[in-house]
Design a protein around this ligand. Structure first.
Ligand SMILES: CCCCCCCCCCCCC/C=C/C(=O)SCCNC(=O)CCNC(=O)[C@H](O)C(C)(C)COP(=O)(O)OP(=O)(O)OC[C@H]1O[C@@H](n2cnc3c(N)ncnc32)[C@H](O)[C@@H]1OP(=O)(O)O
Length: 302
């Protein structure tokens, strides 16, 4: 099995990043995220970036409708956006949010894990690992403004941020619900949750596949703040001020000190983790469970 799949190679072949965005932002100057100083939005088909270099941050909006499921292309575009902002000294922070009404993210794209071949599963999982590692260890301050339901892999992405603001809407539940699909959260998903909410809460949440509505998410520490829906972005911006007031090198080193041991566990056994994933996801019983789950999602509509 070819494990040496290169996301950068994929990136080059699939995307032309940093084209002016299609859709709503095309051809006009969007107000910048914080200052409205005429800085242009940029991005890729599935990720809209609203930069505010004067204020030192950018708002990164996920827009992979209908549910921001984390397909291989979408993961790649998120990585490119992150890399671009990380390599520009004007930016010290990102606010990650969604452009899809009512949905932050439905998690990993089930179509990437169902009915494909082992090479594809390996390539996909490597991209999932990469996204987590890059967000988890980013030297930028990353705050998620969670404006919708947020399941499994989407929740992992939010848990990788430094601070989480959740919109107060009972429909916007979030959690690592893998067991409800008959699959399991890998150890680094688990570690990220444990680091956020503690061992006991994580154990119960993972075994039961709990999706926490806002009040409960706040109570267990899965999110840091719950605010009225129309204030999620402004609350994230206000919070940023506190993080950006800290000397950057001190904050970054402290973040690394806190997070490196967790990331190192995966870095040390990345290929083995990919092989475990491929073996697990290729099992007939797991493929069947995913198909049944997808079917249930579709039947819900009828
Ligand atoms: C021995 C041990 C070894 C262990 C080794 C480790 C192995 C590791 C194991 C594997 C680990 C995998 C980790 C997986 C992580 C994940 O993230 S799995 C995904 C989990 N996500 C969910 O459960 C959410 C599913 N979706 C929903 O609940 C709902 O869609 C929603 C988000 C609440 C939105 O609802 P609504 O607005 O009503 O939209 P829908 O009509 O339901 O959906 C619209 C269309 O989108 C499709 N869709 C939804 N979610 C996904 C998805 N995650 N992936 C792909 N597609 C999705 C849905 O089917 C609809 O499609 P159409 O019917 O074609 O329109």
């Amino acid at each position: 099995m070819a494990l040496a799949v290169g996301i950068r190679g994929l990136t080059r072949s699939l995307l032309r990043p940093w084209v002016r965005v299609p859709g709503p932002a095309r051809g006009r100057t969007e107000p910048a995220a914080g200052g409205g100083d005429g800085v242009r939005c940029f991005g890729s088909p599935r990720v809209l970036v609203e930069p505010d270099p004067a204020a030192g941050f950018a708002v990164m909006k996920m827009r992979n409708p209908p549910v921001n499921s984390l397909s291989l292309e979408f993961l790649t575009e998120l990585l490119i956006s992150l890399e671009k902002l990380e390599s520009d000294k004007a930016f010290h922070a990102i606010i990650l949010t969604s452009d899809c009404p009512g949905i932050f993210s439905a998690g990993l794209d089930l179509m990437e894990m169902c009915g494909r071949d082992p090479t594809h599963y390996a390539e996909y999982w490597k991209a999932v690992q990469e996204l987590w590692l890059r967000f988890y260890l980013s030297h930028l301050v990353v705050i998620s403004a969670i404006n919708g339901v947020n399941a499994a892999g989407g929740c992992l992405l939010a848990l990788s941020c430094d601070y989480r603001v959740l919109a107060d809407n009972p429909k916007y539940a979030m959690g690592l619900n893998e067991t409800l699909l008959g699959i399991i959260a890998p150890f680094w998903f688990k570690d990220t949750l444990v680091n956020t909410v503690g061992h006991r809460t994580a154990e119960r949440a993972l075994q039961l596949g709990l999706l926490f509505p806002p009040a409960e998410a706040l109570q267990v520490g899965m999110v840091d703040k719950v605010v009225p829906e129309d204030q999620v972005l402004s609350a994230a911006r206000s919070e940023l001020a506190q993080w950006l007031a800290i000397p950057g090198h001190a904050r970054q080193l402290t973040k690394s000190l806190m997070r490196k041991p967790t990331a190192d566990r995966l870095l040390k056994e990345r290929d083995a983790d990919i092989q475990n994933f491929v073996r697990f996801i290729s099992r007939d019983a797991i493929q069947k469970a995913l198909r049944v789950y997808l079917e249930k999602l579709k039947q819900k509509k009828t």
